[in-house]
Design a protein around this ligand. Structure first.
Ligand code: TYM
Length: 356
């Protein structure tokens, strides 16, 4: 618990192939949280270049993620939408956090191990320190809540570890400068500067799996196009991908327990539940006993119905670069105003001169 006012922050990488997992696991939740919270949503272009990006494609992808935010229902006139590289405070705070985080902590990050693969020597230094930049994204705004898919859980735990170590290492200085806010750490009440952020993870689409292999997560970088539904897929492509989705030969069960050890069936039922705003039990109540020959077309129709209008609006928005770029410039200015204050405080806490 912290007494810092609640604020939501999250980010999406502009690395192309924005898919149904990104939408259902993250963006759809971003939209819902606007009703109850002040929200800041970021296109994390600095993170994107931890692996090679073609510059022209990167620009296109930054605009595409921004368009996906807006087309999904994020309102940039009420909340902040911007791209990370326009607010240089993220990179500055990340440097301070690079000096707080320990090599051992970062070495344990499973995403680094997966992305670096066997040849770690060839991974960029940025890929290794990726999570400290992510902690900086969140803590630049002293955000209290972060909606993400399940794959980001470990990074959010690291963010809490960094905040806690910073608060602890500099506790005397934070108190001296009167910059602390009361917060609870375990059973203890302490005064800290950075909040211990809560992840918002859950629902039937917290981990959407590949359509080709129910044990692998749906991902932008899977070499098979058939493994994912991309936000801009047309109706025929969506129908084809679901038709070809891997399944087992049995009918759908009537109870959740029947999905155990059936990862592909579990995934498709989860997708139906998330797209129709219900839970897996209700989907099985409707489709229990049905064959995939019946269920897959129903799922494809539902996906087209929910994704189609977003894709159309994304295309319309992406035709107008000036409009998208103006949204990002305006959002960045608002973000910078908050970020400056956090950086000035942080520099003063650390002991730099001339922070204000
Ligand atoms: P990224 O760009 O890989 O993914 C964006 C969001 O989509 C979620 N997601 C999924 N959810 C369910 N099923 C899936 N198969 C799936 N694949 C992706 C991700 O969990 C994420 O929420 N490190 C982040 C970007 C980031 C960030 C941040 C997020 C940078 N700074 C600060 C939150 C706060 C990432 O790579 O997301």
């Amino acid at each position: 618990m912290t007494t810092i006012p609640e604020r939501v922050f999250s980010g999406v990488q502009p690395t192309g192939n924005l898919h149904l997992g990104n939408y259902l696991g993250a963006i759809k939740k971003f939209v819902a949280l606007q009703e109850s919270h002040d929200c800041i949503y970021c296109v994390v272009d600095l993170h994107a270049i931890t692996v090679w990006q073609d510059p022209a494609e990167l620009q296109q992808n930054i605009r595409e993620v921004t368009a996906a935010f807006i087309a999904s229902g994020i309102d940039p006139t009420k909340h902040i939408v911007f791209n990370q590289s326009q607010v240089s405070e993220h990179a500055e705070l990340a440097w301070v956090f690079n000096c707080v985080a320990r090599m051992g902590w970062l070495s344990r990050m499973t995403q680094f191990k997966e992305k670096a693969g066997k040849d770690r020597e060839k991974a960029s230094v940025g890929l290794f320190s990726y999570p400290t930049l992510m902690a900086s994204d969140i803590l630049t705004y002293r955000a209290t809540h972060v909606p993400v898919g399940e794959d980001q859980k470990q990074h959010l735990e690291l963010t809490r570890d960094i905040a806690q170590k910073f608060n602890n290492d500099y506790s005397d200085r934070i108190a001296q400068l009167d910059l602390g806010v009361p917060m609870q750490v375990g059973d203890e009440h302490v005064n800290g500067y950075f909040p211990l952020t809560e992840p918002i993870i859950g629902g039937p689409a917290a981990r959407v799996m590949s359509l080709r292999d129910g044990t692998k997560k749906m991902s932008k970088s899977d070499p098979s196009d058939l493994s994912r539904i991309v936000m801009t897929d047309d109706a025929d492509t969506i129908a084809k991908k679901f038709k070809k989705a891997k399944t087992d030969p049995d009918a759908l069960p009537s109870e959740i327990e029947g999905l155990k050890d059936r990862p592909e069936a579990d995934n498709l039922v989860g997708l139906y539940a998330a797209l129709s705003d219900t839970d897996k039990a209700s989907v099985l109540g409707e489709f229990g006993g049905a064959q995939f020959g019946t269920f897959k077309p129903a799922l494809a129709d539902l996906a087209v119905d929910r994704i189609g209008p977003i894709a159309n609006e994304m295309r319309r928005l992406m035709d107008d670069h000036t409009h998208i770029d103006a949204i990002l410039a305006d959002g960045s200015e608002q973000a910078r105003a908050i970020a400056r204050k956090t950086l000035a405080d942080t520099k003063e806490i650390v002991g730099f001169i001339g922070a204000r």
